[in-house]
Structure formats: structure tokens, C-alpha cells
Design a protein around this ligand. Structure first.
Ligand code: NAD
Length: 264
């Protein structure tokens, strides 16, 4: 159902050609926001799905590990739509290995894509958000962290460090803008069945010589009491709440949607 909560607003979602980012982009578009897509792989499918919701769609293929490309993406978004009202820092990658075996170049890539990119996009988005609404400011920055922004798991050193970092960045961004209409919050999902997690299920199935179904049940059973995946649609609905007037005084939270993972 298309509603008009965000009509006239522009949302830039990094890493929105797939998974959670695409789910959030669709949810914001369903509320009337124009969308700037970013990410690798197929763009035409996501673009057509979102255009079918009756909003305008732009795309920039910035590699989020590269600050100069992030700056080009933000300039492209401003040229297309005037300014970015809603920034969703979502692009992310994973690599699983013990610290002594963790390739340093994977560490650097995860910190760059999962953490530093959010700093760069945020610093470039903030001035226009702060100037909006006659100088009172209006903006929404939503950082897609993870339960791994709140707790650790073995073999995910770079990911856990980056996600704890983005929860910290969220708090500082919220505090620096606390008296304005610019809010910043983090979403901390548990398991979501996207290509990023499918790779971990497949690796587990291969290592254990077990079926995909058995590997999936094992993965959920170890950490997530609900034994259910969170969906991109559920995460999209939470992002819409943060963007709504009711989210006006929600500032600096790290909101887990994790089937009880961090309640244990
Ligand atoms: P995904 O692999 O489905 O999507 C990742 C997106 O990021 C894709 O659009 C991809 O093209 C893009 N991307 C990757 N590297 C990029 C780069 N260098 N520059 C630009 N775009 C790049 O993954 P997902 O599961 O949807 O993950 C999205 C976010 O959610 C990540 O930050 C991830 O850490 C977080 N997250 C995922 C889960 C989960 O269970 N899937 C749980 C918690 C948090």
C-alpha cells in the first residue's frame, strides 16, 4: 500500500541492490520517498520494483570503501533531488575467520565498508539536513548495525569491531544534533536470510556435510531463541517508524530486532 508519509523526501540507501537495504528502500518508497539506490549487481530489477511504487529512483554505483566515490554519490543525489533527507547507512560485508588467520586486507575492507563509509556519508549529508526546515533542521540517519554491535561472536573480529563502532557513531551523531530535527539511530538485526547470511549457511552445510535445512536450523538454534529470521520487510517497517513524526525524539538508540538473541 502506498501512503504519503514521506512524499517529497529523498532517501539514499547504501547497499540497496540486495537484502536488507533493498527491503528498506522499498518500505521508504511505499511511503512516497524518492530513492537513491547504491550497490553492486543487478540494478534494473530493484529500480523497476521501486519505480512501480510511483516514486523517482536514481542510482550511483559508488564503492563504499572509497571516500572519493562516496562524495561523488552524495553530489549525484543532491544534483538529482536537491538534498538527501533520509540516509540509511547499510552497505556491509562479512568475513569469518579466527583473528590469527584473519587476512589484514579483509579487516581493512570490513572497517572501510561497514564503518568508515557511514562516517563519510553522514558528514556529507548533515549540512543540508541541518539547514532544512528554515534552519531548524530535518533529517533521519539510520545506521544498519547488527546484534554484533551489542555482543560478540567468535571468528567475526572485524565485523563485530565495525558494528560496535557504528553504534558509537550513532550516539555521537544523535547527540551533536539533539536540539534539531535531525535524528540518528541504529538498527541491530539478528539473522536475516540475505545473500550475506546464505553464504554462512552454505559454508556450515559444506563443513558439516549436512543439508542446507539442517545448517539453517543449527545457525538459528545457536543464537536466536525465536528460531525465525527477521525479514527485510520488518526492518523496513522499523526504518519507516524512525522517519515518522512519532520517531522525532528517538535519538541515539541501538534497536535490536533479533528474535531474543541479546535478551539471553
Ligand atoms: P547483502 O549481501 O544482501 O547486501 C549487501 C549490499 O551491500 C548489496 O547491495 C551489495 O551490493 C552492497 N555492497 C557490498 N559491498 C559494497 C561496497 N563496497 N560498496 C557499495 N555497496 C556494497 O547483505 P545484507 O544481509 O542485506 O546486509 C546489509 C547490512 O545489514 C550489512 O551492513 C550487514 O552487516 C547488516 N546485517 C545483516 C544481517 C543479516 O543477518 N543478513 C544481520 C545484521 C546486520
Amino acid at each position: 500500500m502506498q501512503t504519503t508519509l514521506l512524499k517529497g523526501k529523498t532517501a539514499l540507501v547504501t547497499g540497496s541492490t540486495s537484502g536488507i537495504g533493498l527491503g528498506i528502500a522499498k518500505a521508504l518508497a511505499a511511503q512516497g520517498a524518492n530513492i537513491v539506490l547504491n550497490g553492486f549487481g543487478d540494478v534494473q530489477g530493484p529500480r523497476a520494483d521501486i519505480e512501480a511504487l510511483g516514486v523517482k529512483v536514481a542510482y550511483h554505483g559508488a564503492d563504499m570503501s572509497r571516500p572519493t566515490e562516496i562524495a561523488e554519490m552524495m553530489a549525484h543525489a543532491a544534483a538529482q533531488f536537491g538534498r538527501v533527507d533520509i540516509l540509511v547507512n547499510n552497505a556491509g560485508i562479512q568475513h569469518v575467520a579466527r583473528i590469527e588467520n584473519f587476512p589484514p586486507e579483509k579487516w581493512d575492507a570490513i572497517i572501510a565498508i561497514n564503518l568508515s563509509s557511514a562516517f563519510h556519508a553522514t558528514r556529507l549529508a548533515l549540512p543540508a539536513m541541518q539547514a532544512a526546515d528554515g534552519g531548524k533542521g530535518w533529517g533521519r540517519i539510520i545506521n544498519i548495525a547488527s546484534v554484533h554491535g551489542l555482543v560478540g561472536s567468535a571468528e567475526k573480529s572485524a565485523y563485530v569491531a565495525a558494528k560496535h563502532g557504528i553504534v558509537g557513531l550513532t550516539k555521537v551523531t544523535a547527540l551533536e544534533n539533539a536540539t534539531s530535527g535531525v535524528t540518528c539511530n541504529a538498527i541491530c538485526p539478528g539473522w536475516v536470510l540475505t545473500p550475506l547470511v546464505q553464504k554462512q549457511v552454505d559454508a556450515r552445510a559444506a563443513a558439516g556435510g549436512i543439508s542446507t535445512e539442517a545448517a539453517t536450523a543449527q545457525l538459528l538454534g545457536e543464537k536466536e531463541p525465536s528460531l525465525q529470521f527477521t525479514t527485510p520487510e520488518e526492518l523496513g517497517a522499523l526504518a519507516v517508524f524512525f522517519c515518522s513524526p512519532a520517531g522525532n525524539n528517538v535519538r541515539g538508540v541501538a534497536w535490536n530486532m533479533d528474535g531474543g538473541w541479546t535478551a539471553q
